[in-house]
Design a protein around this ligand. Sequence first.
Ligand SMILES: [Mg+2]
Length: 141
Amino acid sequence: MKKSKVLPKNIYIDIDGVILTRGVAPALHLDKFLGYILENYSVFWLTSKCNGNSKSIVKYLSQFLLPQTVTLVEKIKPTSFQLDKTEAIDFNRRFFLLDDELFASEKNTLKKHNNYDSWIEINLMKNPNQLLYLINHKLFI
Ligand SMILES: [Mg+2]
């Protein structure tokens, strides 16, 4: 199957270090970021907190996020995997993976599929405005 340029790309997002900083604080520009990617991409969770069920994630995130942000995260689709996040990635479609940290085995799988540069390494400690930067640059359509 050829990688489609017509259909929107997939985005896979982690929670800790991407949506939440220090495990509890919403990332800066989160509403703007989520609104933009939900409008322009197919957005999936890629976190061990998901396991095929987005309702439990929404419930978990509700304790940290404002109601308007919860409305946005409700639209993110679930995935499930056993050991490596890369098990849940559809390599037949173009994608971005937003994560602060990957296992060596996950990095190897990305390299094997020639998709290592699909990983956008998030570091909100170093760059608190990174989500805003991304929607204005790398993720801008
Ligand atoms: Mg993480």
